[in-house]
Design a protein around this ligand. Sequence first.
Ligand SMILES: Nc1nc2c(ncn2[C@@H]2O[C@H](COP(=O)(O)OP(=O)(O)OP(=O)(O)OP(=O)(O)OC[C@H]3O[C@@H](n4cnc5c(=O)[nH]c(N)nc54)[C@H](O)[C@@H]3O)[C@@H](O)[C@H]2O)c(=O)[nH]1
Length: 209
Amino acid sequence: MDKIFWYYCRSSMQQLGWFCGNLLKAFSERAQVLQRIVINVFDEVKEEWSRDNTSNPSQVMALRACGFIVFRQLAQSSPPPDNIEYLLLQTSYGKHHWTPPKGHVDPGEDDLTTALRETQEEAGLGEEHLQVVDGFLQELHYEVRGRPKTVLYWLAELRDPKMAVTLSKEHQDYRWAKLEEACSLAQHKDLQDTLRAAQQHLDTEQGKH
Ligand SMILES: Nc1nc2c(ncn2[C@@H]2O[C@H](COP(=O)(O)OP(=O)(O)OP(=O)(O)OP(=O)(O)OC[C@H]3O[C@@H](n4cnc5c(=O)[nH]c(N)nc54)[C@H](O)[C@@H]3O)[C@@H](O)[C@H]2O)c(=O)[nH]1
Protein backbone atom coordinates (compact mmCIF):
# COMPACT_ATOMS: atom_id res chain seq x y z
CA MET A 1 0.00 0.00 0.00
CA ASP A 2 2.81 2.34 1.02
CA LYS A 3 4.67 1.57 -2.19
CA ILE A 4 1.62 2.30 -4.37
CA PHE A 5 0.94 5.55 -2.52
CA TRP A 6 4.49 6.80 -2.92
CA TYR A 7 4.52 5.73 -6.56
CA TYR A 8 1.42 7.86 -7.28
CA CYS A 9 2.77 10.70 -5.16
CA ARG A 10 6.05 10.72 -7.08
CA SER A 11 4.41 10.51 -10.50
CA SER A 12 1.93 13.29 -9.57
CA MET A 13 4.83 15.48 -8.43
CA GLN A 14 6.66 14.73 -11.67
CA GLN A 15 3.59 15.73 -13.72
CA LEU A 16 3.13 18.86 -11.63
CA GLY A 17 6.81 19.72 -12.09
CA TRP A 18 6.55 19.13 -15.85
CA PHE A 19 3.41 21.32 -15.99
CA CYS A 20 5.01 24.13 -13.95
CA GLY A 21 8.21 23.91 -16.04
CA ASN A 22 6.23 24.26 -19.27
CA LEU A 23 4.18 27.09 -17.82
CA LEU A 24 7.34 28.99 -16.84
CA LYS A 25 8.93 28.31 -20.24
CA ALA A 26 5.84 29.58 -22.08
CA PHE A 27 5.69 32.61 -19.83
CA SER A 28 9.39 33.44 -20.30
CA GLU A 29 9.05 33.07 -24.11
CA ARG A 30 6.07 35.44 -24.06
CA ALA A 31 8.01 37.78 -21.74
CA GLN A 32 10.90 37.78 -24.20
CA VAL A 33 8.56 38.57 -27.12
CA LEU A 34 6.97 41.35 -25.07
CA GLN A 35 10.39 42.70 -24.14
CA ARG A 36 11.47 42.70 -27.82
CA ILE A 37 8.30 44.60 -28.83
CA VAL A 38 8.88 47.26 -26.13
CA ILE A 39 12.56 47.67 -27.19
CA ASN A 40 11.59 48.02 -30.88
CA VAL A 41 8.93 50.65 -30.11
CA PHE A 42 11.42 52.52 -27.89
CA ASP A 43 14.11 52.45 -30.66
CA GLU A 44 11.65 53.74 -33.26
CA VAL A 45 10.51 56.58 -31.00
CA LYS A 46 14.17 57.44 -30.23
CA GLU A 47 15.14 57.39 -33.94
CA GLU A 48 12.13 59.54 -34.92
CA TRP A 49 12.95 62.02 -32.14
CA SER A 50 16.62 62.36 -33.12
CA ARG A 51 15.67 62.66 -36.84
CA ASP A 52 13.32 65.53 -35.94
CA ASN A 53 15.79 67.28 -33.65
CA THR A 54 19.16 66.91 -35.33
CA SER A 55 18.79 66.05 -39.01
CA ASN A 56 16.15 68.60 -39.86
CA PRO A 57 18.10 71.81 -40.52
CA SER A 58 15.03 73.96 -39.89
CA GLN A 59 14.96 72.68 -36.28
CA VAL A 60 18.60 73.66 -35.62
CA MET A 61 19.27 77.29 -34.68
CA ALA A 62 21.03 78.95 -37.61
CA LEU A 63 24.30 80.82 -37.12
CA ARG A 64 23.96 84.48 -38.12
CA ALA A 65 26.67 86.78 -39.37
CA CYS A 66 26.64 90.25 -40.90
CA GLY A 67 29.13 92.34 -42.79
CA PHE A 68 29.91 94.78 -45.57
CA ILE A 69 31.01 94.43 -49.14
CA VAL A 70 33.39 97.36 -49.01
CA PHE A 71 34.53 98.88 -52.31
CA ARG A 72 36.68 101.81 -53.34
CA GLN A 73 36.78 103.78 -56.57
CA LEU A 74 40.21 104.72 -57.84
CA ALA A 75 40.14 108.29 -59.15
CA GLN A 76 43.08 108.12 -61.59
CA SER A 77 42.10 104.82 -63.08
CA SER A 78 39.82 103.61 -65.87
CA PRO A 79 36.18 104.80 -65.91
CA PRO A 80 33.52 102.91 -63.89
CA PRO A 81 33.01 100.02 -63.40
CA ASP A 82 36.67 99.14 -64.08
CA ASN A 83 37.90 101.49 -61.36
CA ILE A 84 35.96 99.63 -58.66
CA GLU A 85 37.83 97.34 -56.25
CA TYR A 86 36.34 95.14 -53.55
CA LEU A 87 37.91 94.39 -50.19
CA LEU A 88 38.45 90.74 -49.30
CA LEU A 89 40.14 89.40 -46.17
CA GLN A 90 41.91 86.06 -45.85
CA THR A 91 41.42 84.11 -42.59
CA SER A 92 44.50 83.19 -40.58
CA TYR A 93 42.78 79.93 -39.52
CA GLY A 94 41.18 76.93 -41.21
CA LYS A 95 41.48 76.78 -44.99
CA HIS A 96 42.47 80.48 -45.20
CA HIS A 97 39.35 81.37 -47.15
CA TRP A 98 38.56 84.88 -48.39
CA THR A 99 35.42 86.83 -47.49
CA PRO A 100 34.41 90.46 -47.06
CA PRO A 101 34.59 91.71 -43.45
CA LYS A 102 31.78 90.06 -41.46
CA GLY A 103 31.16 88.20 -38.24
CA HIS A 104 28.73 86.64 -35.84
CA VAL A 105 25.87 88.62 -34.37
CA ASP A 106 26.30 89.04 -30.61
CA PRO A 107 23.26 88.32 -28.39
CA GLY A 108 20.89 91.31 -28.44
CA GLU A 109 22.84 93.09 -31.19
CA ASP A 110 21.04 94.27 -34.35
CA ASP A 111 22.33 93.15 -37.75
CA LEU A 112 23.61 96.49 -39.07
CA THR A 113 25.46 97.19 -35.79
CA THR A 114 27.16 93.79 -36.16
CA ALA A 115 28.17 94.58 -39.74
CA LEU A 116 29.68 97.92 -38.67
CA ARG A 117 31.41 96.47 -35.59
CA GLU A 118 32.93 93.55 -37.53
CA THR A 119 34.16 95.85 -40.32
CA GLN A 120 35.84 98.06 -37.71
CA GLU A 121 37.34 95.05 -35.87
CA GLU A 122 38.48 93.11 -38.91
CA ALA A 123 39.56 95.90 -41.29
CA GLY A 124 39.96 98.97 -39.08
CA LEU A 125 37.30 100.81 -41.11
CA GLY A 126 34.73 102.63 -39.01
CA GLU A 127 31.28 103.97 -39.82
CA GLU A 128 32.81 107.43 -40.42
CA HIS A 129 35.02 105.98 -43.18
CA LEU A 130 32.14 104.33 -45.04
CA GLN A 131 29.33 105.56 -47.26
CA VAL A 132 26.58 102.96 -47.10
CA VAL A 133 24.89 102.41 -50.48
CA ASP A 134 21.09 102.53 -50.38
CA GLY A 135 18.95 99.66 -51.61
CA PHE A 136 21.47 96.85 -51.41
CA LEU A 137 21.23 93.95 -48.96
CA GLN A 138 22.05 90.36 -49.82
CA GLU A 139 21.22 87.32 -47.73
CA LEU A 140 23.28 84.13 -48.10
CA HIS A 141 22.43 80.70 -46.69
CA TYR A 142 24.98 77.92 -46.39
CA GLU A 143 26.06 75.21 -43.96
CA VAL A 144 29.09 75.34 -41.69
CA ARG A 145 30.01 72.03 -40.04
CA GLY A 146 26.46 70.72 -40.53
CA ARG A 147 24.81 73.84 -39.12
CA PRO A 148 22.83 76.29 -41.23
CA LYS A 149 24.32 79.78 -41.44
CA THR A 150 22.76 83.03 -42.64
CA VAL A 151 25.00 85.90 -43.72
CA LEU A 152 23.78 89.41 -44.51
CA TYR A 153 25.93 91.78 -46.58
CA TRP A 154 25.37 95.49 -46.99
CA LEU A 155 27.36 97.52 -49.52
CA ALA A 156 29.55 100.49 -48.61
CA GLU A 157 32.09 102.70 -50.35
CA LEU A 158 35.33 103.61 -48.62
CA ARG A 159 35.19 107.42 -48.58
CA ASP A 160 38.96 107.84 -48.82
CA PRO A 161 40.23 105.25 -51.35
CA LYS A 162 43.77 105.67 -50.03
CA MET A 163 42.85 104.78 -46.46
CA ALA A 164 44.86 101.87 -45.06
CA VAL A 165 43.27 98.62 -43.96
CA THR A 166 44.28 97.34 -40.51
CA LEU A 167 43.84 93.61 -39.96
CA SER A 168 43.05 91.81 -36.69
CA LYS A 169 44.55 88.46 -35.66
CA GLU A 170 41.65 86.67 -37.41
CA HIS A 171 43.08 87.54 -40.84
CA GLN A 172 46.49 87.14 -42.39
CA ASP A 173 46.07 89.08 -45.63
CA TYR A 174 43.74 91.39 -47.54
CA ARG A 175 43.25 92.31 -51.18
CA TRP A 176 41.58 95.14 -53.08
CA ALA A 177 40.39 93.23 -56.12
CA LYS A 178 38.46 94.03 -59.27
CA LEU A 179 35.26 91.99 -59.78
CA GLU A 180 36.73 88.96 -61.59
CA GLU A 181 39.69 88.60 -59.24
CA ALA A 182 37.37 89.08 -56.24
CA CYS A 183 35.09 86.31 -57.56
CA SER A 184 38.00 83.96 -58.03
CA LEU A 185 39.22 84.60 -54.46
CA ALA A 186 35.69 84.23 -53.07
CA GLN A 187 35.34 80.70 -54.54
CA HIS A 188 31.78 80.08 -53.28
CA LYS A 189 29.13 80.62 -55.94
CA ASP A 190 26.73 82.43 -53.59
CA LEU A 191 29.42 84.92 -52.58
CA GLN A 192 30.46 85.39 -56.24
CA ASP A 193 26.79 86.07 -57.10
CA THR A 194 26.66 88.60 -54.27
CA LEU A 195 29.74 90.43 -55.57
CA ARG A 196 28.28 90.45 -59.10
CA ALA A 197 24.98 91.75 -57.71
CA ALA A 198 26.91 94.55 -55.98
CA GLN A 199 28.62 95.52 -59.24
CA GLN A 200 25.29 95.38 -61.07
CA HIS A 201 23.73 97.59 -58.39
CA LEU A 202 26.55 100.15 -58.71
CA ASP A 203 26.28 100.12 -62.53
CA THR A 204 22.55 100.77 -62.31
CA GLU A 205 23.00 103.53 -59.72
CA GLN A 206 25.74 105.22 -61.81
CA GLY A 207 23.56 104.97 -64.93
CA LYS A 208 20.94 107.09 -63.15
CA HIS A 209 23.33 110.08 -62.68
N1 LIG B 1 41.14 77.90 -35.36
C1 LIG B 1 40.01 78.04 -36.05
N2 LIG B 1 39.16 78.99 -35.68
C2 LIG B 1 38.03 79.17 -36.38
C3 LIG B 1 37.72 78.34 -37.48
N3 LIG B 1 36.53 78.74 -37.99
C4 LIG B 1 36.13 79.77 -37.21
N4 LIG B 1 37.04 80.03 -36.24
C5 LIG B 1 36.92 81.06 -35.22
O1 LIG B 1 35.79 81.85 -35.50
C6 LIG B 1 36.15 83.21 -35.45
C7 LIG B 1 35.43 83.94 -36.59
O2 LIG B 1 34.41 84.55 -35.98
P1 LIG B 1 33.61 85.67 -36.71
O3 LIG B 1 34.55 86.60 -37.44
O4 LIG B 1 32.69 86.27 -35.70
O5 LIG B 1 32.74 84.78 -37.75
P2 LIG B 1 32.74 84.67 -39.34
O6 LIG B 1 33.18 85.90 -40.03
O7 LIG B 1 31.35 84.21 -39.66
O8 LIG B 1 33.87 83.67 -39.75
P3 LIG B 1 33.97 82.12 -39.89
O9 LIG B 1 35.30 81.86 -40.46
O10 LIG B 1 33.59 81.48 -38.62
O11 LIG B 1 32.83 81.74 -40.93
P4 LIG B 1 32.76 81.72 -42.53
O12 LIG B 1 33.58 82.79 -43.16
O13 LIG B 1 31.30 81.70 -42.85
O14 LIG B 1 33.45 80.35 -42.94
C8 LIG B 1 32.99 79.11 -42.50
C9 LIG B 1 33.00 78.12 -43.68
O15 LIG B 1 32.06 78.54 -44.67
C10 LIG B 1 32.69 78.76 -45.92
N5 LIG B 1 32.22 80.01 -46.49
C11 LIG B 1 32.65 81.26 -46.19
N6 LIG B 1 31.96 82.17 -46.89
C12 LIG B 1 31.07 81.50 -47.64
C13 LIG B 1 30.09 81.92 -48.57
O16 LIG B 1 29.86 83.09 -48.83
N7 LIG B 1 29.35 80.94 -49.14
C14 LIG B 1 29.53 79.62 -48.86
N8 LIG B 1 28.75 78.73 -49.48
N9 LIG B 1 30.46 79.19 -47.99
C15 LIG B 1 31.22 80.12 -47.38
C16 LIG B 1 34.18 78.86 -45.65
O17 LIG B 1 34.96 78.40 -46.72
C17 LIG B 1 34.35 78.03 -44.40
O18 LIG B 1 34.58 76.68 -44.73
C18 LIG B 1 37.65 83.30 -35.62
O19 LIG B 1 38.18 84.26 -34.80
C19 LIG B 1 38.10 81.97 -35.16
O20 LIG B 1 38.44 82.09 -33.80
C20 LIG B 1 38.63 77.32 -37.86
O21 LIG B 1 38.44 76.58 -38.85
N10 LIG B 1 39.76 77.20 -37.11
